[in-house]
Ligand binder design. Sequence first.
Ligand code: BGC
Length: 727
Amino acid sequence: MTARTAFALLAIGTALTTVVPCAAQTSDPDARAAAVEQRMTDAERTTLTHGIMAIPYGDTPIPPSAPPGAGYVAGIPRLDIPALTETDASLGVSYVGGLRKDGATALPSGLAMGATWNPALLRQGGAMIAGEAQAKGFNVLLAGGINLVRDPRGGRNFEYLGEDPLHSGLLGGAAVAGIQSRHVIATVKHFAINAVETGRQFHDAVIAEPALRMSDLLAFQIAIERGDPGSVMCAYNRVNGSSACGNDALLNGVLKRDWGYKGFVMSDWGAVHGLDFALKGLDQQSGAQLDDKLYFGAELAAAARRDPRFKARLTDINRRILRSMFAVGVDTHPPVIAPIDFAANAQVAQQVAEQGIVLLRNRGVLPLAAKAQRIAVIGGYADSGVLSGGGSSQVQGVGGPAVAIPTIGGPFAALLAQSYHRSAPLAAIKARAPKADVVFRNGRYIADAVVAARQADVAIVFATQWMTEGLDAPDLSLPGGQDALIAAVAQANPNTIVVLETGSQVLMPWLDKTAAVVEAWYPGARGGEAIAAILFGDVNPSGRLPVTFPASTDQLPRPKLPGSDTVEPDFLGKGKPGQTLRIDYDVEGADVGYRWFAKWQATPLFPFGFGLSYTTFSHGPLTIVPGPTPLARFTVTNTGKRDGADVGQVYLTGTPSGATTRLVGFSKVQLKAGETQTVEMPIDPRLLADWKDGKWTMTAGTYRLALGSSATQLDTPVDVAMPMHRW
Ligand code: BGC
């Protein structure tokens, strides 16, 4: 260092000390962000505002320090600001088609996680995948899928947690908190109403504000309050006419003004359509190769020079991004490439799978008796592994998939292969029944499967429904003739057990003929072992449905999937120039899922919150202690002979305005045989209120609440008088 530079540095240091005393040393992330932002040169001010995909795509050079992954935002070494190294997603560190040539631990799908109803476990899962992200060089996990499941055909339902705002918010917030506990920034996504994939880059989700506030936005709001994510990712689709990433009402209005959100909004990849998105509340243009051009680079800098509104935004944007980096500690706890304890992490994935598997039907065949001598295992690649969902969230274990069935060619071929994790249910079943004669049939020929089923004591059919980002399911059947296969096998053997590995809800035309049905979702890295543990009773099933299973698509708010006959199925979903698709969510408004069914008194195939156990539970009376945050209290008793876990669910069933059904609280309780526990839970008053004229509003009068074991199995309700309240 020359004397002159040494002097210059000293001068800068002195000047800084004078201007913002001690700010750089303070642990207050806002003060630190402001101090660092003030030191930025104009050229540095658009460094953090845009990123690229850190994978070969077009001719954009990838910096050698960027680990192959979803995104990379350059840092500012002069100011000790690290680069943001970003990887997908909520189920673990994604595989990016094998570019990194490494594997990661796959958590079960979002709906499996939702079916655990266990925020503490999801927090553990979040910490586990964030630990792997850090060990692979990432400090941002694009994880926190919060969108509500509004349509069972939605291609990304498997990345989301369920259909209820409280449930998704609490579980998603816990996962986010777990991720950030490892100093990795999480991003809740996709803000908002990205409920289906058809025409995902142009469809317009139309919904009135009160309904939006009480449904999808409430899920995000609760998740943000609980998890304090460093980032929010705006969605591809339009919301009420404006692109979600350039949506002033959503980003500036709801998120930043009303909720006081202090983090930054990153775009979805390829979702930025103009420089003015910066004024509408977007803070960072992600994966810029996928956009028409880089708006948030030189163009943003030039706009800031000539227009004070952009200048102010640029200051705000930098402070927000820096604030999240400091608050989460990505600068103080940088990623360190390190070996991963896959065996330990697999335990976490298995526990989530075991708690998320839902026993839907059991005519006494489960748990499987040790005396079953001949077991026929049929279909679903059960000899090789368990299914996973496609798209950017795809995780692969070490060694890659056990089976990968291509669905398309081109640049996204690897993302859209139907992939099975290396956790074969067949092997796990054989391990638990070493004396039994276990045979496998792939299920491609029904006649062959029927012969095997006839010769067995028990037939276990594995049925799969692959879903992926970018494409919705055209209907709710099990594809490839599996419904006919199950019907024929069940006809041949009364002890037929169906294990479903589905992305979301399916119809079950064969249900009455079966002895048992187990919904295993996409059960992740140790799915085969988890399924076997449930089948043989090593683990008592405790999963509860996070979504309503309809008895037919006619029961849905939109029996026909909007755009299914006009929009060409396409992963990117950009459509033809000028193509539009309006999706009218005002049909159901805030009455999503079970609330829609309750409103129309329609009987679902299986209700939200439903799930069987190998033991039995009884619930004590519900008491409500009134107050600004009412308290629900009740007891749960395990009345059976096995230890097990129950999920106590409290629903609002009536308000002064009339009947309703809303989940207002839940708690998963682990109980030994014969044990009783008292559960107490505060009730968030927003769940009792309606959004009216810009405020949460409770009218004075009687509120009716009931304890239930699902949205349709409710005990005698209790009435509570509440005063008028608006906030
Ligand atoms: C998805 C996001 C994902 C991003 C980066 C997009 O296609 O919608 O969820 O995080 O890609 O891979």
